[in-house]
Structures are given as C-alpha cells and as structure tokens.
Design a protein around this ligand. Structure first.
Ligand SMILES: Cc1cc2nc3c(=O)[nH]c(=O)nc-3n(C[C@H](O)[C@H](O)[C@H](O)COP(=O)(O)OP(=O)(O)OC[C@H]3O[C@@H](n4cnc5c(N)ncnc54)[C@H](O)[C@@H]3O)c2cc1C
Length: 507
C-alpha cells in the first residue's frame, strides 16, 4: 500500500500511475481534489514555447506531454492553438533567441502575417511587429482531476478527502503508516511507502520526514473576464514576465499573471493595486481591456523547487520538477517527494515518481499512462425542457444529482455559480437541492464558504458591470433572501460605476 499526500494534479497523477501498475493506493487530501494550485491556474496546456529561452528542459517536457495529453485525455483539452505576439515595444533580439529555442526543443512554429493577425484579432494592439502560431492548448483542470480520481477508484484505490496528514510513523527506519486528522478525529493508514505530492505544502510534509526540502513559493494573480475574446491563447513574445498571457477558457478569458515570493502556501488577500498593475500590463497587448466585462480575480501559489539555493525571484527558479527519495538523504526508507513542474507535465512527473516507488517496492510493472485513455464520467442525459438551476453555466438538477459529492464538488464538476452572476441566483437553489439529498451535511456552512469565496474574487475588481452585479448580489442575498447577518451587508464596500483606474476602484 502506498499513501499519496495531496489530491492535486501531481498526487492524483501519481496515484493513478501506481494504481494502473497494480499497486494499492490511498490518496489523502486536507480538503478536496483541486483545493491547491491545481484548481487555481490559467488552464494553459503549455506548448513549451513560453520556456524555450529561460528553461529549455521544462520546455521540452511541456511539448512532449502536450502532444501526449491531446491523445490520451481529449475530453479535458481544447486544441485552441496559441499565438506569440511581439509588439513594436518588445526586444527583437529576444524573438531570434526564441525562434532558435523552439527549433532546439522541436516545437513547431508558424510565422503569421502581423497585419492579418491584427485583422483577425482586432482587440490586439495596433503595434504588432511579428506573430507566430504554436501548439498551445487549454486544459480543463477540474475535469481532468475528476478523470484521474475516477480511475484511481476504479483500480481499487481510495480517496480520503478532508484529512490532513499530521505525522508519519516508522519502524526500524522504514515508513509504516501515516496519521491524518479528519472531521471525526484521527485515522491511521498503514503503508509501505508515502509520496509527498503536497504542492505548496510539500515543504511542511517533508518536515514530517525530518528531511527538509528547499521550496520556493510565489503567488500569481489572475483576472477573469466574462468573454471569450480570443479563440487562441495569446502570449506576448518576450522573456516570461507579468501580465503577458491571455487564455480563453470555455466562454471566459483569463489574464495572467504575477510572481510574488512568499512563505505561506496560501496567497494573501488580493490588493486593488496589484489588480490595477496587472490591468496596466494587459492593456499593453489589449488597449481596450477596460471595456471587457470583468468577473473576478483569483490567485494560485507556485510550488517550485529551488534546488540551486535561494533564488531572489521565482522567475529564476526552473519549472522543471524533482523526485526525491528521502532515504538517500536524511529521511526514512519509503518516503518520497515530487515537487515543482507544471500542470502540463503532471503525467511525466507521476511516471518518474512511480518508477522510483515501484522499484523500492520490488514491483516491475511498467508505466501505461501514456497509452491508457482518460475519460469523463458519462454525461447525464437531461430533457431539453428541464429548467436550469444555474442559468449562467446551464446546469440542471439532474446533472447535479448524478454527482455523489459535496457542494463544492458539485461546483467544480459543473461550474455552477462560476458564471457572470457568481452564484447570485443559483447558489441558494443548488444548496437546497444538495441539502435535500445529503441532509447530514452542513449545507448552511457550505453555502457560506461558497459565498465567501465568490465575494473574495469579486471585491478586488469592483468596477463597471461587476460592481453593478455585486450590488445586485448584495440586494438579493441580504434583502430578498435575508441571508446571513444583515450587519455584514451594512459593512460592504461602497460601489461606483467606474473604470478600473486607481480613483475608480473603491475598496
Ligand atoms: C498563477 C499560476 C498559474 C499557473 N498556470 C499554469 C498553466 O496555465 N499551465 C500549467 O501547466 N501550469 C500552471 N501552473 C502550475 C500548476 O498549476 C502547478 O504546478 C500544479 O497545479 C501543482 O499541482 P500539485 O498537485 O503539485 O499541487 P496542488 O494542486 O497544490 O496539490 C497539493 C494538494 O496537497 C494537499 N495537501 C497539502 N498538505 C497536505 C497534508 N498535510 N495532508 C493532506 N493533504 C495535503 C492540498 O490540499 C492540495 O490539494 C500555474 C501556477 C500558478 C501559481
């Protein structure tokens, strides 16, 4: 038995790889799949082109995995393609280095006519100097996590949600079990090996092995707009930096990102000044950005491995990954960590980790994840006349009731409450349905968590239509529904129908 700590892309990837090799696994997560960075990213299936100059190994890994994932997980990937655009303000020298890098990494690149690009994508700056097509794609992270979890369960694996691993037990220097704290107290899971796939918490878990690892954490801010303005991923052709990418994700667009070093695995509250700076950077590529209807802002924390020592900024830390056998350092036999990498490279990270773990266990089964397809749950059929409970994301009651999960699992499986109204009209209706089906769960607390999370994302981008939406949401929640403590509504921020300038945003 192998215990995998963390149900993000890395942990579920490792668990699936091991399960397909016939190893019994239990995945333990302190919350639910996607609670960490794997539920808080751009959704880019990297072609690798972003990293060819600064991080060639990561670039090659990304391209190989990009090609492979398109074949094995087509239901979770949109093959949008991507463009790299150099503006007249950007360094032409970098363009030459970038083209050489793509060539070295084997990434196919097609030169585009800058005028044709401008005509096709009129939201782009008029100052397009050159443009290239690359095989970027878009990855539906929550669906891919569900596919991975489904396969783990189908292969006799176990998923223990809402349990935080707090201790590792050893006998004669070998791992024998882990202790995890859950809603009903502590549980102990016996095992022959433990894999630490705890993302930004990997440093804390390695401390349980008494073998610290040098993690470099940094958070990135992303802004979500309620339109799909580009059918392709749009990258700025310059050295990777802040505010240089727009990713179309279903019917929304994500502008990313920033890079702020920090110690905690949880990002701090988003400041209006950070949002305004990211908007400023985004405007350099899309001058009319203010006219796009903003939905929310959110952050994710990068779990980078700083093997070289102490990098000053996370841009200096490789996006490559590292598998650590702690027995070769100071830790007990049977303790492993897998850190760094990207969502795009999760399968490769899992393969390398499972190779080392199976070798330790004396099992010779080969990796099959490059061949075995990943499929989504069968889509529940529902009558076209059935009303939607969530109109924005077109989610019906029968789609929800087919999912045996918590309210937040219903949300990540269907995207209810994630559209323009951010749950104003659907959150209470869906909660009522969930409560009817799962009366023993604390639906009130789950609704409060959902409301708090949506509010947290809306507040830092309170201008234009989003400000009006927020005011409407407050009225529906606290006047129509008399939800929660009325005092809270009285303390809510003032609103202005404004543009996102520093004078306009009222926080
Ligand atoms: C802003 C931003 C944008 C990004 N964009 C992209 C992108 O577009 N494309 C791409 O390929 N990559 C992207 N990445 C990188 C990618 O998202 C991460 O590399 C990846 O999601 C990390 O997954 P993980 O499973 O290692 O960590 P996580 O997803 O964080 O999973 C770790 C899990 O461990 C659990 N855990 C931690 N401690 C414990 C414990 N003690 N007990 C039990 N459970 C525990 C947590 O609850 C969590 O669920 C982005 C990252 C950031 C920050």
């Amino acid at each position: 038995m192998v215990v995998v700590i963390g149900a993000g892309a890395t942990g579920l990837g490792v668990a699936r790889d091991l399960a397909l090799r016939g190893v019994k696994v239990t995945v333990v997560d302190q919350w639910e799949p996607g609670f960490g960075t794997s539920g808080r990213f751009h959704g880019l299936l990297h072609s690798g082109a972003r990293y060819v100059v600064t991080d060639p190994t990561a670039a090659e890994d990304c391209y190989r995995e990009n090609t492979l994932l398109r074949a094995v997980a087509p239901d979770a990937i949109e093959q949008t393609g991507g463009i790299f655009v150099r503006s007249e303000d950007d360094d032409p020298g970098f363009e030459q280095a970038w083209l050489k890098g793509c060539d070295r990494a084997g990434i196919p690149v097609t030169a585009l006519d800058p005028r044709a690009v401008r005509q096709r994508y009129p939201d782009l700056t008029t100052r397009v100097a050159s443009a290239y097509w690359v095989p970027d794609g878009v990855l539906e992270g929550f669906h891919l996590l569900q596919m991975l979890a489904k396969d783990v369960l189908a292969h006799d694996g176990t998923l223990l949600s809402k349990h935080r691993v707090t201790a590792i037990q050893t006998v004669n220097g070998r791992v024998t079990s882990v202790s995890a704290q859950g809603p009903n107290g502590e549980v102990e899971v016996g095992c022959d090996a433990v894999v630490n796939a705890a993302g930004p918490w990997a440093g804390a878990v390695a401390d349980l092995f008494e073998d610290p690892i040098p993690m470099h954490l940094s958070y990135g801010l992303m802004i979500l707009f309620a339109h799909r303005k580009f059918p392709v991923v749009v990258n700025r052709l310059k050295s990777p930096g802040d505010g240089d990418i727009f990713v179309p994700h279903q019917h929304v667009t994500i502008l990313g990102t920033t890079d702020v070093a920090q110690d905690s695995p949880i990002a701090p509250d988003i400041q209006a000044s950070e949002v305004l700076r990211l908007m400023d950077l985004g405007r350099e590529l899309v001058p009319g950005l203010d006219s796009w209807r903003v939905l929310r802002a959110f952050t994710g924390v990068r779990p980078l491995y700083d093997g070289q020592g102490h990098a000053a900024t996370s841009r200096e830390v490789s996006r490559d990954f590292k598998v650590i056998d702690h027995q070769r350092r100071k830790g007990p036999a049977g303790s492993f960590s897998v850190v760094g990498g990207k969502w795009t490279t999760f399968r490769l990270m899992a393969e390398r980790t499972a190779d080392i773990v199976t070798q330790y266990l004396g099992i010779s089964a080969p990796c099959v994840t490059a061949q075995v397809p990943l499929t989504l749950h069968p889509v529940t059929s529902f009558s076209a006349s059935e009303p939607y409970l969530c109109e924005c994301e077109k989610v019906s009651a029968s789609q929800l009731t087919a999912i045996d999960g918590s309210l937040s699992e219903w949300r990540t499986a269907t995207w209810f409450a994630m559209g323009p109204c951010q749950g104003t009209f659907c959150a209470h209706r869906v909660t009522a349905l969930h409560h009817a089906l799962f009366p023993s769960e604390d639906s009130g607390a789950a609704l409060q968590d959902l409301r708090a999370e949506r509010t947290k994302g809306m507040l830092p981008v309170l201008w234009g239509a989003n400000a009006r939406e927020y005011a409407l949401q407050q009225a529906v929640r606290f006047q129509t529904l008399a939800e929660g403590d009325p005092q809270w509504a009285g303390n809510s921020p003032g609103l202005k129908n404004s543009s996102p300038s520093s004078e306009g945003v009222t926080l």
